[in-house]
Design a protein around this ligand. Structure first.
Ligand code: SAM
Length: 212
C-alpha cells in the first residue's frame, strides 16, 4: 500500500549523494527508466552514457532490491573507479511521485519499456501512460526531451501512440529519426522483458516522442 512509501516532499530533499556517492553533487539525473524491472536496460544506459546519471524506478520491492544489489556488485567488480557510479535504482510509484523527485524540465530522456499492458478496459487507468499522467511527464521533461516506449502488445502500442499524439506537448519522431537514434537497437533486448520477447520471437512496437 502507498503508506509504505517513503518519498521526498520536494526534489531538493532527495539525497542523490547517497545514490551516486562518487558523483559531484552538482550533477543531476537526466535519464529515467520507469518501471525498470531487473535493470538490464539501466545497466546498458550506464555503459552507453558514462557522463550522464540514469535512475531506474521500480515499484516492486524485491525487484528494486535486486537492482540495487546488482549495481553494487557491478561497482565493486569494475576496474574503473567510475564504473557504474552513474546508475542507481529507487523503489517508488512512478505514477504518483515523479514531481517529488525531479524538478521542472530536469529530464532529458524517459523510458517506458515493456510496461504492464493491463488488458481489461476497467484497468486501463492503471496503464503507466495515460492522459492524466502525460502532463506530469511533460512537466519533468525538458523541451526537446524524448520519451521512448517499447511494447510487445499491439493494442497497448496503439493506445500509447493515440494518447501521446493527442497531447499538445508531444510529437512522434519519424521512423527515420527513431532509427537513427543510437539507443533504438538497445530497446529491443537489453531489458529482461525485451530479451524474453526476442527469445519467444514476439513482436516489438517502438514509438519515440519529443517533448515540445
Ligand atoms: N522495463 C522492464 C523490462 O523491460 O524488462 C520491466 C518490464 S515489466 C513488464 C513492468 C515493470 O514496471 C514491472 O517491474 C513493474 O513492477 C513496474 N511498474 C509497474 N507500475 C509501476 C509504477 N507505478 N511505478 C514503478 N514501477 C512500476
Amino acid at each position: 500500500a502507498d503508506h509504505s512509501f517513503d518519498y521526498p516532499a520536494r526534489p531538493q530533499d532527495v539525497d542523490w549523494r547517497a545514490l551516486y556517492p562518487n558523483i559531484g553533487s552538482e550533477q543531476q539525473v537526466e535519464f529515467a527508466d520507469i518501471g525498470c524491472g531487473y535493470g538490464g536496460f539501466l545497466v546498458t544506459l550506464g555503459e552507453m552514457f558514462p557522463q550522464k546519471l540514469s535512475i531506474g524506478m521500480e515499484i516492486r520491492v524485491k525487484v528494486s532490491d535486486y537492482v540495487v544489489d546488482r549495481i553494487a556488485a557491478l561497482r565493486l567488480k569494475s576496474n574503473e573507479t567510475s564504473g557504474y557510479q552513474n546508475i542507481a535504482c529507487i523503489r517508488t510509484n512512478a505514477m504518483k511521485y515523479l514531481p517529488n523527485y525531479f524538478k521542472k524540465g530536469q529530464l532529458e530522456k524517459m523510458f517506458f519499456l515493456y510496461p504492464d499492458p493491463h488488458f481489461k478496459r476497467a484497468k486501463h487507468k492503471w496503464r503507466i501512460i495515460n492522459q492524466a499522467l502525460l502532463s506530469e511527464y511533460a512537466y519533468v521533461l525538458r523541451s526537446g526531451g524524448l520519451v521512448y516506449t517499447m511494447t510487445d502488445v499491439e493494442d497497448l502500442h496503439k493506445w500509447i501512440v493515440s494518447h501521446m499524439t493527442q497531447h499538445p506537448l508531444y510529437e512522434r519522431l519519424s521512423e527515420t529519426e527513431a532509427n537513427e537514434d543510437p539507443i533504438t537497437p538497445k530497446l529491443y533486448q537489453s531489458s529482461e522483458e525485451g530479451a524474453k520477447v526476442v527469445r519467444n520471437k514476439g513482436d516489438h512496437f517502438l514509438a519515440i516522442f519529443r517533448r515540445l
